[in-house]
Design a protein around this ligand. Structure first.
Ligand code: PMP
Length: 413
């Protein structure tokens, strides 16, 4: 196909994909869990480790200055990548989970005075969320006496702005939603939902973990106070991530980690804290990881966000058509054209068994509840099988997937 992606050459930029699994060429279709890293990212991290490794911010020596420059350059590059303006700031975290905990904890912790969340306040969380954007809010509610309310999807797993409006009250302090549901692929109208919630006076939280690699949300275009994402789902290193958002909103957060690098002065009994972003980055960060994450963003830009998005959508459409045609297979959210993944259930076959048989043919998919149990309960479903696509996947791999699922169903039934 005349797409971006002259796949053979692109895939060759990802050394970890060039292997056989169980005697077959690897078809890695578990990208919603973790993507692979291109040589450019591996090179950027290696270059940092071999030329500039030192601790940041506290050294006068050359390597420390190089490391500090590399870290702050990565921050600047990532701010541009997410469309940040002068009123935004970006904090490095270890991932989406870490970033969302930083927000939920920071709005509910009494450590630095009266917390933002108070008894009787309401936190609205969408019913599409990964546990990482639900459980921290449950904990925040427990800590403060606030309540979690759910913006429920319809029976097809869609969210509607009309359903949000009646939930918003003067007590709504937080609204949290995903930019892409990892269990179904649903792409909610988050722009509209965030705007509605912000208009009602709530702080808004966007979990962009599934969107960053192909449908990158742009902060300046959104009524978004906090946006979280992970490096390892966008061709970057594991254990890296970001909390980006409005500086004024980030300033409300009580730090999660107190200690070195986030203080101005410390006495025996008290301390005063640094400005953002250092204030929320206590301790030594993963500097090589930040460098690798910025290199991953540069790789996405160089490949072309639009081209990547078109490619993963077309792989998904191909997989939906092929899988839906199989006897007894139901694809979740078949309408979700913007998704980079397909999640399905098959009558008479357990996802775990399907996944195991696919692995025997070198095809990596994910099976289970995808850390989204409330959503699957709401849809009346149990575990699913999920194939998720990245820029290096091919239509041939989709054909292999569909054929292997068909064979697995024959064996299992
Ligand atoms: N949110 C969504 C939508 C996700 O898909 C994931 C990862 N599956 C997470 C949050 C958590 O990301 P991490 O494990 O990198 O913290």
């Amino acid at each position: 196909m005349g797409d971006l992606l002259q796949q053979a050459s692109l895939a060759s930029e990802f050394p970890s994909l060039a292997q056989r699994v169980n005697g077959e060429p690897l078809a890695y279709l578990d990208n919603a869990a973790t993507t692979h890293m291109p040589q450019a990212v591996l090179d950027a991290m290696r270059e940092f480790e071999t030329t500039s490794r030192a601790n940041i911010h506290r050294g006068v020596h050359t390597l420390s200055q190089r490391a500090t420059d590399a870290f702050e350059r990565a921050r600047g590059d990532l701010k541009r990548f997410v469309g940040a303006g002068p009123g935004h700031e970006l904090v490095f975290t270890s991932g989406t989970t870490d970033a969302l905990n930083l927000v939920a904890n920071g709005l509910s912790d009494a450590g630095a005075g009266r917390p933002y969340l108070q008894p009787g306040d309401e936190i609205i969380v969408s019913g599409l969320e990964h546990h990482a954007n639900l459980v921290p809010w449950q904990q925040a509610a427990r800590r403060t006496g606030a309540t979690v309310r759910i913006l429920r999807p319809d029976a097809q797993g869609r969210l509607h702005a009309d359903d949000l409006a009646p939930l918003l009250t003067p007590r709504t302090m937080v609204f949290a939603v995903t930019a892409g549901a990892n269990a179904t692929g649903e792409r909610p109208p988050y722009e509209e939902l965030l705007a509605l919630a912000a208009e009602a006076g709530a702080l808004t939280v966007l979990d962009a973990a599934q969107a960053m690699s192909h449908d990158t949300p742009q902060l300046l275009a959104l009524a978004c106070d906090f946006m979280a994402f992970s490096g390892h789902k966008m061709y970057g290193p594991m254990g890296t991530g970001v909390l980006a958002g409005r500086r004024k909103a980030l300033e409300r957060l009580t730090p999660l980690r107190f200690g070195g690098d986030m203080v101005i002065w410390v006495s025996e009994q008290e301390a005063s804290f640094a400005e953002l972003p250092a204030r929320l980055e206590g301790g030594t960060p993963n500097v090589a990881g930040a460098v690798g994450l910025a290199a991953a963003a540069a790789f996405i830009e160089a490949t072309g966000r639009g081209a990547i998005d078109a490619h993963v959508r077309s792989l998904r459409a191909h997989a939906v058509a092929g899988l839906s045609a199989l006897d007894g297979v139901t694809v979740l959210a078949p309408h979700a054209e913007a998704a980079a993944l397909v999640s399905f259930v098959a009558a008479g076959a357990h996802p775990h068994d399907i996944g195991t048989l696919l692995d025997e043919r070198g095809i990596a998919v994910r099976t289970g509840h995808h850390c989204a149990q409330p959503l699957l309960d709401h849809l009346g479903l149990g575990p699913t099988t999920r194939a998720s696509f990245a820029l290096y996947n091919t239509h041939d791999e989709v054909e292999r997937l569909v054929a292997a699922v068909a064979r697995a169903l024959e064996v299992l039934r």
